[in-house]
Design a protein around this ligand. Structure first.
Ligand SMILES: *Cc1c(COP(=O)(O)O)cnc(C)c1O
Length: 400
C-alpha cells in the first residue's frame, strides 16, 4: 500500500480520502493487490489483441451467460461500441462511414425518463437519440411513464435499437421492452454501468433478453478505472470488436477466431473504426478479467460483511456529541451495499460540513447525493481500512 502512496507524493499529487464511492472524478476505487499484480505482469510481454479479446470473451460468456463479450475502456465506450455495432452490423463500408450515418439506420429510442448524459455515447458513434414518452409521474402532474405500445408506435425504418438505462426504478420493465424489440427485430442495448452489486445482475439482463449489456469495470467490480464490459450477441460483439481494434494490416493477414466467427462473413476488411478512439490496453483487459473472477468468487454475504465491518470501524471512531445522527443503513439502490448515514439537522448544515471536508487536509469526500435531505453518507467501497482514523479525525475537526 505504501508503494502507491509514495508514487503520488513523488509527483506532488494530494491523496484524497474517498468515502463517496467509485466516482470517476476521484479516480474510481482501490484495486485488489492481485488485480494490480496481474496488470503489472501483463506489461512485460506482447500478445495479439484479438487473442486477448477471444480469451476475454470466454471468461465473460462463462460469467454472464452471453454468447460473447469484450473488454472495453469503460461502460461509456461499451455503449459507443454497441451503438456502432447496431448501426454497421457486419458491413465494412458502413463501418468506414461512421460516425457519418447517412443512409444507415441510425435512430436509437431512449425513454425520456431514462435520458442521461451517458447516452451521448450513441451520438458520438453517429447515432441520433429519439426520445419518447411523457414521464409525468416525475413532474408530479400525473402517474405514468412510457408504455410499451408507445415505443412500438415510435419505431420506423430509421430505428436502429432501443437504449435502456438499467436502474432499480426503470420503467417499463426490461422484459416489456424486449418483447417490443423482438417483434420489430431490433436489438436492445442495456446500460447497466453501475448496477453491481448485486452480483446476480451480471447474468440478469441477458437472461431477460437484452442483446447488448454495458457494465463499468472501475465501479464495484474493482477493475482498472479505464475498463468496462460489453457482452451479448456474438454478431454484435464481433462488429464492436472490429470497429475498436487497430486494422493496419493487409486483408489476407487478418484471421478471426471462433469467438468472433461472424467476422468471417464480412465482404472485406474495414479501416480503423469509430471505436479506435476507445483503445483498451492489455493491462486493463487482464486487470478487469482478474477483478471479474475475484468479484464472482466472493460471496455476496462476505462482500457485505467486509463493507459493514469497515463502516462499523468508522462508526466506533466518530466523535461523540456532534450534531448529526449516525447509523449504518442499506444503500437502498444497491442490494448488499451498506452506507453509514449522517443525518444533520438541516440541509444547510450538511452542505457546510461537506464543503469543509472537501478542503480539509487531506481532502475528504463523502457521498453528498442526499445533501438536500440533510444527509451525508460514508460509502465503504473505495475507502481503505487505514483511511478510517483520518476520516474520523476530519469529521471530528469539522463537526465539533
Ligand atoms: C458510470 C456510468 C457510465 C460510465 O462508465 P465508465 O466505465 O466510467 O465509462 C455509463 N453509464 C452509466 C449509467 C453510469 O452510471
Amino acid at each position: 500500500m505504501d508503494e502507491e502512496l509514495d508514487i503520488f507524493e513523488y509527483f506532488g499529487i494530494p491523496v484524497v480520502i474517498n468515502a463517496c464511492g467509485t466516482n470517476t472524478r476521484l479516480s474510481n476505487g482501490i484495486m485488489a493487490p492481485e488485480v494490480a499484480r496481474a496488470m503489472a505482469a501483463a506489461s512485460f510481454a506482447c500478445v495479439n489483441l484479438v487473442d486477448l479479446q477471444a480469451a476475454s470473451s470466454r471468461v465473460i460468456s462463462d460469467i454472464t451467460g452471453a454468447e460473447a463479450g469484450i473488454v472495453t475502456c469503460g461502460a461509456s465506450a461499451a455503449v459507443l461500441l454497441g451503438a456502432a455495432a447496431c448501426m454497421a452490423g457486419l458491413d465494412p463500408a458502413a463501418m468506414n462511414q461512421l460516425p457519418d450515418a447517412d443512409g444507415l439506420r441510425h435512430e436509437f429510442i431512449v425513454i425520456r425518463s431514462q435520458r442521461n448524459m451517458y447516452d451521448r455515447a450513441i451520438r458520438v458513434a453517429g447515432g441520433t437519440v429519439k426520445e419518447i414518452g411523457i414521464p409525468d409521474r416525475y413532474s408530479g402532474t400525473g402517474v405514468r411513464d412510457v408504455l410499451p405500445w408507445e415505443i412500438e408506435a415510435a419505431l420506423s425504418e430509421r430505428t436502429t435499437a432501443i437504449y435502456y438505462l438499467a436502474q432499480p426504478q426503470s420503467l417499463p420493465p426490461l422484459g416489456a421492452i424486449v418483447e417490443v424489440a423482438r417483434a420489430a427485430q431490433i436489438p436492445v442495448i442495456v446500460d447497466a454501468a453501475a448496477q453491481l452489486p448485486p452480483a446476480e445482475n451480471l447474468r440478469r439482463f441477458i437472461a431477460e433478453g437484452a442483446d447488448l449489456v454495458a457494465i463499468s469495470g472501475g465501479k464495484a467490480l474493482g477493475g482498472p478505472p479505464a475498463s468496462g464490459l460489453l457482452f451479448g450477441r456474438e454478431k454484435l460483439i464481433s462488429s464492436a470488436l472490429i470497429q475498436m481494434i487497430d486494422l493496419d494490416l493487409a486483408p489476407e493477414q487478418w484471421t478471426c477466431t471462433g469467438e468472433f466467427r461472424s467476422l468471417s462473413q464480412m465482404r472485406g476488411l474495414p479501416h480503423h473504426g469509430v471505436g479506435r478512439s476507445c483503445k483498451v490496453g492489455k493491462q486493463e483487459v487482464i486487470g478487469l478479467l482478474m477483478a471479474l473472477r475475484m468479484f464472482v468468487a466472493e460471496s455476496s454475504e462476505t462482500r457485505t460483511d467486509r463493507w459493514v465491518s469497515r463502516l462499523e470501524a468508522v462508526l466506533a471512531a466518530l466523535p461523540a456529541g456532534a450534531d448529526y445522527r449516525a447509523e449504518i443503513v442499506p444503500s437502498g439502490s444497491k442490494p448488499g451495499l451498506p452506507l453509514l448515514k449522517l443525518q444533520f439537522p438541516s440541509s444547510e448544515r450538511a452542505a457546510e460540513v461537506d464543503g469543509k471536508l472537501r478542503v480539509h487536509l487531506p481532502p475528504v469526500h463523502l457521498d453528498a447525493s442526499r445533501v438536500r435531505q440533510g444527509v451525508l453518507a460514508v460509502n465503504p467501497i473505495a475507502l481503505r481500512d487505514e483511511d478510517v482514523p483520518q476520516l474520523c479525525g476530519a469529521i471530528s475537526a469539522t463537526c465539533s
